[in-house]
Design a protein. Sequence first.
Length: 469
Amino acid sequence: GFSRYKAWFEVSHATSLLQSQKAMNDSEDTLDSAASTFLADVGLFSEEDVDGLEDLDGGDIFSLFSNRSLQHTQQLCAMNSIIRSIYANSDSSSSDIDFGNYYNSNITCNDTIVQGTASDSNDPAILTIGRRFYVYLTPIIILIGLIGNSLSLKVFTSRRMRKQSSSYYLATLSGSDLLTLLLYVLPSWLKEASPLITGDQRLGFIDYDGVCHLYVYFAYVFRFLSVWLIVIFTVERYIGVCHPLRRREMCTTSCAGKGVISIAACSLLVFATKPALSGVYETVAGGEVHRCTSRPNFKYVSFIFDSVFAVLTTFVPFIIILSMNSLIVRKLFLHKKRQRRDKLVSPENRMKIEFTLILLTISTGFIALSLPYFVAWCKKFNLSQYMSSRTYEMNANMDEYKCIQGLVLITQTIFFINYCSNFFLYSLTGAYFRSELKHSLGYSAWQTRRASSLSLSRGMSKSTRHSWV
């Protein structure tokens, strides 16, 4: 994608500048062989067209990007704005394109991001709103998520809660969300938001070999892990509710531990190849700006890798979660009358019912928060593919593209809420979670803790051998 956009802009704008330069200087020099070869190689001009351009002034096309007139400055600003907009806030960190090295430092662009400084006076309102939404809401999400996931981790690893197999999944999910916020959301926000907040260059703390590879690796590992922990928790609750005869075999702490270890090992191994596809490279040939991005000779492989990753962390989990949740809700509805007749439900079963309600809540929340981002991302991808296949129509589509980019920023920020919302969902749907949270924070008296523990242990000893959850 990038090389094709870059080639088109290099040819179209540089040719325009060459023509203007010839008109101003009345130059009789001809286009040199290197420039002729370049124009033919990119495939946008036939050999006959190149021959027809041979009366133009030659040389390095980027050498003309300095000391231009106002008209040329506007062309350069437009080019810079379009390319930066295309790659702004991309997950692959390929958005850091800087043309500042190729034109006079006194050039000022009021409608673009030049050399890392953000100004959006001429951008669509939705893009301006999206940028501010991302910049100012994301740190709140990070702060709430760090506190909430830490408390959730403490609760689910407590002595009483860890007796339940579901606690293994939720404790690991809390830890994974915590690390995702620290190793993916926070660095991404610092990198993208710093120009909008300070007006200075983007923070380049990940643009170093080693740091870049670790950032890319852990960002993929923990995002994948967080999603698939919800999936395997859904499978566990599906077995517990819909196949009670297999519950004692499958829904145990031993199986939960094996499931968590398996999905973690899968994440660590599968994404071990991603750092090999990434590194710190020049974002523009001949430039001095180096960014953490995909390796130039593996751009297509990286594209396939990221596309598969997007499907595995959105579409596939959606299908599994929706299907199993529908079956779980149906089973719960069928047992509703039986619960009313029995009236007596053991504390152990009450806790399992609460875990099932927690599952339904967090999995539904995951779909609700992720689906808008997935739709916006697909729309952006489709439009970028359309624009790349019709490069001369790119300017006409840029307003639409910028509007979609604004929607992507808004929906991505909403997607980040996945990593901070679970604590509140646990608190709303789980009485045992609230009780244990109070115990963990020291709010309950010793007698209350002791009475609750005795009640739970007695209930567990009297519970039926094959409970339906």
